[in-house]
Write a protein that binds this ligand. Sequence first.
Ligand SMILES: *[C@@H]1O[C@H](CO)[C@@H](O)[C@H](O)[C@H]1NC(C)=O
Ligand SMILES: *[C@@H]1O[C@H](CO)[C@@H](O)[C@H](O)[C@H]1NC(C)=O
Ligand SMILES: *[C@@H]1O[C@H](CO)[C@@H](O)[C@H](O)[C@H]1NC(C)=O
Ligand SMILES: *[C@@H]1O[C@H](CO)[C@@H](O)[C@H](O)[C@H]1NC(C)=O
Ligand SMILES: *[C@@H]1O[C@H](CO)[C@@H](O)[C@H](O)[C@H]1NC(C)=O
Ligand SMILES: *[C@@H]1O[C@H](CO)[C@@H](O)[C@H](O)[C@H]1NC(C)=O
Length: 342
Amino acid sequence: MAEYICVFNKDTLIIKPSKKSPLFLRTIVLLFAMVCGVYICTICRKQISTVAKMNIQVIGSPAPDTNIAAQLQPQIPTLHYPKPKTFSRGECTQNPVRFFVILSMQRSGSGWFETLLNSHINVSSNGEIFSVRERRKNISTIIQTLEKVYNLDWLNSASKNECSAAVGFKWMLNQGLMAHHEEIVEYFKHRGISSIFLFRRNLLRRMVSVLANSYDRHAKLLNGTHKSHVHSHQEAAALSSYKPVINSKSLISDLNEVEWATVKALEYFNSTRHIVLYYEDLVMNHTKLKDVQEFLGIPKMELTSRQVKIHKGLLSDFVKNWDDVNRTLSGTEYESFLRDDY
Ligand SMILES: *[C@@H]1O[C@H](CO)[C@@H](O)[C@H](O)[C@H]1NC(C)=O
Ligand SMILES: *[C@@H]1O[C@H](CO)[C@@H](O)[C@H](O)[C@H]1NC(C)=O
Ligand SMILES: *[C@@H]1O[C@H](CO)[C@@H](O)[C@H](O)[C@H]1NC(C)=O
Ligand SMILES: *[C@@H]1O[C@H](CO)[C@@H](O)[C@H](O)[C@H]1NC(C)=O
Ligand SMILES: *[C@@H]1O[C@H](CO)[C@@H](O)[C@H](O)[C@H]1NC(C)=O
Ligand SMILES: *[C@@H]1O[C@H](CO)[C@@H](O)[C@H](O)[C@H]1NC(C)=O
């Protein structure tokens, strides 16, 4: 952009006929060049700081021991040809498979996102496999589990076996991921696994969702069954009828803590090949799903999900002590959370 402006300025200089002396003209050109230089510098610095601040669209360099193509072009995922023990890949033995992982937090839209991915004919995302404590007991049980998933031997309803072109699962930050980050990063780099970060910007909405979901675990508002995700507006309305009370005393530090966890996760995993997505952007902008498919290197398809958003509308309608919460966050860095739609 800065370049265009400079070229444009030069052009106008050349086009404009001038009767002034060559020395005067040269001085003007020199001045313009200087102004241009300073301008470019400011623009660049602004862009760099914005990118650093927002932590978006960062694609890290792959590990030294992943394949050459990926080293030369970090935008291309590493291709694999797994040989599963449990079945034969049949006609698709020669089709390459990409490995991915969705790194996220509870109540950040990852369940919805995963149903979207799984609506792709060639994607198998195997759910929250480390929600089972045994599997994340120590780094060896973690690696064993990962090996099984990426060897396509993890069988569940999401598995599309023979013709999967991308296989992965979702992993919550608090499921051993942060605790064993060093070994896991090594594994990801060694095995050429691409990370999809999925975070939610509005951490207050996330908190309401966490509280409501945790309440429903016991209350079971839907005819005696607990549901974390729903498929109809009636069910959504039933679940959102419960208004949690937010602890306004610890609210700021609770939000801080969640924010800190996301920053840490990005820092730990920034040397793996990755993309950073925000739930709010996915909701607002469906081309983001094209970005994801491009990132995974799979044929682009229209992705669909039957899931219905639970807390839709003003957040003030879903919190019992709203005035309290409003007072606590007004004038802080989190103020926008009070108003934002998603
Ligand atoms: C990890 O846990 C498994 C299962 O309990 C156990 O057999 C194994 O010895 C443990 N490994 C390490 C390195 O602690
Ligand atoms: C996707 O799946 C279809 C149907 O199973 C298969 O024919 C096709 O080859 C797969 N595409 C890729 C890129 O693996
Ligand atoms: C509860 O069950 C009744 C009767 O089966 C059904 O009509 C109603 O839709 C259900 N409600 C919810 C919230 O699932
Ligand atoms: C990863 O994060 C650390 C700490 O913020 C930083 O020093 C390093 O340069 C980052 N690496 C990449 C590849 O972005
Ligand atoms: C939607 O996402 C695409 C791809 O990330 C981006 O180029 C575009 O600017 C976004 N549109 C809006 C309206 O934010
Ligand atoms: C928060 O409180 C202020 C002052 O009472 C009020 O003007 C504002 O509308 C409230 N904001 C929200 C989002 O409810």
